[in-house]
Write a protein that binds this ligand. Structure first.
Ligand SMILES: O=C(O)CCC(=O)C(=O)O
Ligand SMILES: [Fe+2]
Length: 401
């Protein structure tokens, strides 16, 4: 992050006073970024991260990726033999697209070998099977094969606190592979924690239907539930979905092989594989959507207290959220205090100052939250208020002329 971008982004968030950016008018179509050489991180911040708008990057951005070379046949189809040889024994999660369980699909686990056997049979059966349409989803390939040369993280997505946090703990990650036949799909949803996501088609094409934050309210049925499938004719039934006429049409994207989609925070979406498709998808949080994550956790707490949607619980409480902020904050404090030009993780002074500013705003709100005040923090090191004080001092020093 350069100084100018830092100044712009920091001003933007200070102006919001810890709030969440408003939803401007959604554009009629999604922007397409074609030239890697002519599009900087600063361009991405200005054009997409700050206004929280989606975009598509051309396949030139993923040209050299190992997965694009090795997982795909010369005809552009999934290279089943290569995948079998390399990953056949790995156990992967598989969803059944034909069975609705709440607003999602039930999952089972099976060796990749068995899933590929199924997939080939599905194709031979004219894209049909008595087993239904199965979709390999949320496979943590990087966790299973940490040193594999599968992708190169684009600079635009490099500030990624969720994965930085989980990598530091060496437990989990939010990096996934999806693979499924033409016709497999992901039901209507917004991503966990109000995270951003990026998604690259290693091969095949996807159709995305995207709704800006807030639009989903008009799509709820008369009981207040969000739809499972926004393409269902039931949405036109005004008795079932009384306000669906008020919802604008979704932004539609056809994502070609090699192209990369940026999904902003809080945008609901539904995704259909138009071909036999393999994709790499990451969820990520950073200073640009941290306030959304905090809002998400508070809303979830309310929902759990009302005992309405217990099952959608994300499984992270305020105490764990503090731990997440602490791990990220301490690394930024190190960079700011030493005023090092760059730390080993490539964190620039400006990036650290921006991150620390956003953590300060959210931590101040967390510390003031009645539920957090009930948590016994006496054994925390540092204590939340101390960390907040340290952050405030470091941020003031960083922005001082
Ligand atoms: O590709 C899919 O099926 C779903 C992807 C998705 O929802 C995401 O990347 O956020
Ligand atoms: Fe998603």
């Amino acid at each position: 992050m350069d100084r100018e971008t830092f100044a712009l982004a920091d001003r933007h968030f200070r102006g919001l006073g810890g709030g969440v950016p408003g939803i401007g008018q959604a554009p009629g179509r999604v922007a397409f970024v074609s030239e890697p050489g002519a599009f900087s991180y600063a361009d991405f911040v200005r054009g997409f991260l700050l206004p929280n708008l989606p975009c598509v990057f051309s396949s030139a951005f993923t040209q050299g990726w190992g997965s694009r070379r090795r997982w795909v046949t010369p005809a552009g189809r999934p290279d089943f033999d290569h995948l079998l040889r390399t990953y056949g024994d790995v156990v992967v999660p598989v969803a059944n697209c034909g069975v609705q369980e709440y607003n999602s699909n039930p999952k089972e686990h099976m060796p990749l070998r068995d899933y590929i056997t199924y997939w080939k049979e599905y194709i031979e059966g004219g894209y049909s099977s008595p087993r239904g349409c199965l979709y390999l989803k949320d496979w943590h390939l990087c966790r299973d094969f940490p040193v594999e040369d599968v992708f190169t993280l684009p600079v635009y997505f490099s500030s990624d606190w969720l994965n930085e946090f989980w990598d530091a703990l060496d437990v989990d990650d939010y990096r996934f592979v999806y693979a499924g036949p033409a016709g497999s799909w992901s039901p209507f949803h917004a991503d966990i924690f109000g995270s951003f996501s990026w998604s690259v088609n290693v091969c095949g094409r996807k159709k995305w239907l995207l709704f800006p934050p807030g639009q989903e309210e008009a799509l709820r049925d008369r009981h207040g539930n969000l739809p499972y499938d926004v393409t269902s004719p039931a949405l036109c039934d005004t008795h079932l979905h009384p306000r669906s006429q008020l919802a604008g049409p979704p932004l539609e994207i056809t994502q070609e092989a090699g192209e990369m989609v940026f999904v902003p925070s809080g945008w609901h979406h539904q995704v259909h594989n138009l071909d036999d498709t393999i994709s790499i998808n990451h969820n990520w949080v950073n200073g640009f959507n941290l306030a959304n994550m905090w809002r998400f956790l508070q809303q979830e707490l309310c929902a759990v207290q009302e005992e309405v949607i217990m099952r959608s619980c994300s499984g992270i409480n305020f105490e764990e959220f503090y731990h997440f902020l602490k791990v990220i904050a301490e690394k930024r404090l190190l960079v700011l205090r030493e005023a090092a030009a760059e730390d080993s993780a490539g964190l620039s002074f400006e990036q650290a100052a921006f991150d620390a500013g956003r953590i300060t705003e959210v931590l101040a709100s967390l510390v003031a939250h009645p539920n957090f005040q009930r948590v016994d923090t006496s054994a925390f090191s540092p204590r939340p208020k101390e960390l907040l004080q340290q952050l405030r001092e470091a941020v003031d020093a960083a922005v001082a002329p």
